[in-house]
Design a protein around this ligand. Structure first.
Ligand code: FES
Ligand SMILES: [Fe+2]
Length: 437
């Protein structure tokens, strides 16, 4: 059970909170590189409860900094992105992408003190078509994580962004809660609808899997398992990785190169960022040749605004009950009546409230991956806060290389050995790097 005190520790991400400090140890993906064009408009970016702006100068360098000008706190969102820096429009002070004040044009030359003033700027990098930000205190930023999908070139990836209006933890927990798949997403699919070679048949034939869970070097992992034919077992392997990554099991493990980040914007908003290898095998159609009803492939978005929460907002949302189709629900065409797998999860996560009241829960054995992950997060956040212990993966970016999720049918009883054996046979489209760039 998660008590009220632990709940606070787990969910709050602002500066000075236990989880917020843990998150600040890591590189965080924050935006698409294309959202920040050279000499373009500053972008409002909310990250870990901090209001930031992002901009790219004419040379291509990205700046991510506190939106408040260090002079008298006017918002640099209104600034002019010009000649290698952002100029505050209040009194004309100008800052480069590292936050150095390079001009103070409202002061006589003998009163200029620009070398003493710095905007609060964070380190940035670009990888996999994403802008990454390091918000921690180290003089030398840590290496970037060796997460398989993030090592692919942008051209080989399908990125997806979507804002979720709830706390990051309950959003992430949807990804490590595998038994919901047989209800929320495919509750109306019957075994006779599924082709013989489709591993979905095991899930719709048995909606109550057994579990193994364990701590790992990168976070936690589980296998949900069910009996298959000829003494084999149908295994679903999936992972949590520090601080907010998941690898979900739906799909063949052979080429399942994908990673999902649940990046806290503040305590009540989360940016979901997923990277998927374009060559990854897609979910097969049902026996009828039709896709799974409700599994619409593309998300519709509201028009972007410049608000802190104006990017990547799905068109189906709480204001329209996620466009639920009660006839489709009643007639068992779509179990939820809600189209798109992501939106089915979104509706459910947001329906729990901005932050789940953990004291109201009745955690079941099917939730053991969730309880283990909460514990792993709590212990790491407390060890950092109380003893200064560096959390997992920060200085060992290669620990993430072993996190691959997906399904397979294999013999064996030792689930971790089955995972190790299967991992040796998967496709590896990337080479893991030993050290940071
Ligand atoms: S507030 Fe920005 S230059 Fe004065
Ligand atoms: Fe889901």
């Amino acid at each position: 059970m998660t008590n009220a005190f632990e709940s606070e520790e787990l969910t709050r991400v602002g500066p000075g909170t236990a989880m917020g400090q843990l998150m600040r140890e890591y590189w965080l993906p924050a935006a698409k590189s294309s959202e920040v064009p050279p000499d373009g408009d500053p972008l409002r970016l909310m990250l870990l409860g901090e209001k930031l702006i992002a901009f790219r100068d004419a040379q291509g360098k990205i700046g991510v900094m506190d939106h408040r000008c260090p002079h008298r706190c006017a918002s640099l969102f209104f600034g002019r992105n010009e000649d290698g820096g952002i100029r505050c429009v209040y009194h004309g002070w100008k800052f480069d992408t590292d936050g150095n004040c390079v001009e103070m044009p409202n002061l006589p030359a003998d009163q200029d003190f620009k070398e003493k003033v710095k905007a609060k700027a964070y380190r940035t990098k670009e990888r996999a078509g994403l802008v990454w930000v390091y918000m921690g205190a180290r003089a030398e930023a840590p290496p970037m994580p060796e997460i398989e999908a993030t090592l692919l070139d942008e051209a080989e990836l399908l990125p997806m962004f979507a804002q979720r209006d709830c706390n990051w933890l309950q959003a992430l927990e949807g990804d490590i809660d595998t038994s919901h798949f047989g209800f929320l997403h495919v509750g109306s699919v019957r075994p006779e609808h599924v082709g013989d070679g489709d591993m979905l048949k095991y899930q719709v034939g048995n909606r109550a899997p057994a579990y193994h869970v364990a701590d790992t070097d990168w976070g936690t992992m589980y296998s949900a398992y069910r009996p298959a034919e000829d003494g084999n077992t149908y295994w679903r392997f999936a992972h949590f990785g520090f601080p907010f990554w998941t690898w979900v099991p739906q799909g063949d493990i052979t080429d399942r190169v994908q990673a999902r980040a649940w990046v806290p914007m503040d305590d009540h908003h989360t940016m979901f960022i997923s990277l998927t290898w374009k060559k990854m095998t897609r979910m097969p159609p049902l026996k009828s040749g039709q896709p799974i009803p409700g599994a619409a492939p593309v998300l519709d978005y509201l028009p972007k605004t410049t608000d802190w929460f104006g990017r990547w907002r799905p068109a189906a949302n709480v204001s329209n009950d996620y466009m639920i189709d009660r006839d489709a629900q009643r007639n068992d065409v779509i179990y939820t009546g809600i189209s798109h797998i992501h939106m089915q999860d979104q509706a459910i996560n947001e329906s729990m409230g901005e932050i789940v009241d953990h004291s109201f829960e009745h955690i079941a054995p099917s939730d053991q991956m969730i309880t283990r992950t909460r514990r792993r997060l709590l212990l790491a956040a407390r060890a950092l806060r109380d003893k200064g212990t560096t959390p997992p993966g920060v200085d060992d970016p290669l620990v993430y290389a072993k996190a691959r999720s997906g399904e397979c049918v294999m013999p064996g009883t030792d689930w971790q050995q089955v995972y190790e054996d299967r991992l040796k046979q998967v496709l590896r489209p990337v080479t893991f790097r030993q050290a940071a760039e």
